[in-house]
Design a protein around this ligand. Sequence first.
Ligand code: ATP
Length: 637
Amino acid sequence: MENRKESCQFKTEINQLMKIIIHSLYSHPEIFLRELISNASDALDKLRFRSQLEPDILGTDTEFKIVIKADGSSRTLEVSDNGIGMTYDEVVENIGTIAKSGTAAFAEAMKDANKYDSLTPELIGQFGVGFYSSFIVAEKVTLITKAAGSDKGVKWESSGDGSYTIEETEKASRGTSVLLKLKNVEKDEQDFAEEWTIRSVVKKHSDFVAYPIVMDVKKTKPVLDAEGKPDPEKTETVVEEEVLNSMKAIWVKDKAEVSEEEYNEFYSHISHDWNPPHSHLHLKLEGTTEYSALLYIPAKLPFDFFMHERKHGINLYCKRVFIMENCTDLMPPYLAFIKGVVDAPDLNLNVSREILQQNALVRNIKTNLVKKLLDMFAGMEKEKYESFYGEFGHILKSGISADFENREKIASLLRYKTTKSDGQWVSLQEYISRMKPDQEEIYYITGDNLTMLLNSPHLEQLKEKDYEVLLMTDPIDEWVIRDLHEFEKKRFRSAEKGDLDLGGIDDKKKEIYSALFAYLKSSLEEKIKAVKPSTHLKDSIACLSGDSYDMSAFMEKILKANGQEVPQIKRVLELNVDHPLLVKIRAIYEQDSDAPVLKDYSNFLYDLAVISEGGKLDNPSLFSKMIGDLMTNSGSD
Ligand SMILES: Nc1ncnc2c1ncn2[C@@H]1O[C@H](COP(=O)(O)OP(=O)(O)OP(=O)(O)O)[C@@H](O)[C@H]1O
């Protein structure tokens, strides 16, 4: 049969991606070597895992390793592995098209970014540049691979100029080899054809890779004399294979043996994030549930956090043998941003994802990890915790609804800005400690931005009383409140729903307004369910509020934004009976309860309430006309 062969163009996005990578990483060329070694190590992990179920797949090639060959005269560098390899279709899928969510999102984010200079390595690091980073140092890349169990090899080749070729080929052994034809380098640039450059980069970035990374190195050795003793006078140059990395799994080491730098390097190895992590947690537990774990909090929320295909969560090992990546059974969704490794020596190596779910050991480890992480968050010093919370707080909060057992603990980790915190975060404990002596409840208000909430008319009476109000701007806060109800026996109370009971309204006033309110109610029947003297307002004239068990305006907005059908909810129009305009309207009403202007005034009052909560008006032109009339009249008074 004819060998398959194709010449293809890269997708536009890939072209763009390569340009960006080459342009922005030229000052960090060594990154490519780490990426290639990391891919080789992943390929060996996959093969090792598969060989546990299919031992025959290895054949005689059982010594897993990554081989680096550098040749200064031909200016080539080759990174090979005897891992899982790729079939023709896998090469098509993985190299040259955008199969991965990360690459696609990266290309999307960078679509109109021709401002390469603003792309720092830290920014790009979030996206994982992978295989394409080879083109930073190479003018041509040739990948030859043979999948485990397959009898044909595949060759992929590109000069990074927009096209590539792919064809079936012969390859003797299983695995992948990436051959780079290196670009020429200037005098003081890193040269990857040189042994010591490779040696130092491997040591720096890939020391803990679990497989030997070997290279033939030239050594000068004394020649042995006839008795087998070294002759100090004579030396010869020999070539020997040398292992460049220590292969030490740092998670099984003692904390004292691991430097900060090693922790950070290991983090970028497993997470493909080049930014140093926010913090790490290194655990070694003995006893009935034995495990070691090295967990990291990233510094930033990964850009692909909410994408389905996202990987790089927790990698599961058993006695340093890789079992699976992204082991979701070890971390609840509200801590899914945690990355790291867990090594459980008592786990069965052949464990499948399905079995894991029911495995008591895995459940215990999970419970334990969650506890340790929550304790770690609670123990962080303020500034450090707040930088973490600013990034991941909205995800952590979902634990309030999802993890009943840890609800209290998570609640004490919540932070909110408040009407009195001047932009600072406040914990619920702090809020309670600052409550006024006559204050019984924790007041909160929800909405999508702080400025609007701070100026909400609903807060006027509360401000007058000098009560602090939590400002909740994350959609998830609606669910937090729904499930939390109270904290340290203090109930949460919405500042925009129900009566505030902060001091009754004078009965006499209620009485004199009752006729006007009845009129307003009938005139606005389609929009509101009642008109009431306000318990919230102090300076403003009108606001809309819900009954205690009604959905909040923010919740309504969130549900609508998510395409859910929300039944039309009529709210209560609250009016400030001490406001001069209301006094004036009442006077008009008492003079002539059929005065045509009253209809306009009722709409006007309703519109004022809508505007004060940032809503949109049905008839803005009528509204501005009313404002104009009112201003003219007040001038002539
Ligand atoms: N040495 C290899 N052996 C087998 N498959 C490989 C090898 N190198 C790359 N691949 C395949 O090609 C895919 C794309 O590799 P690439 O380095 O571009 O990204 P990645 O490693 O998946 O992700 P990241 O963005 O995190 O680096 C890999 O997911 C893997 O399936």
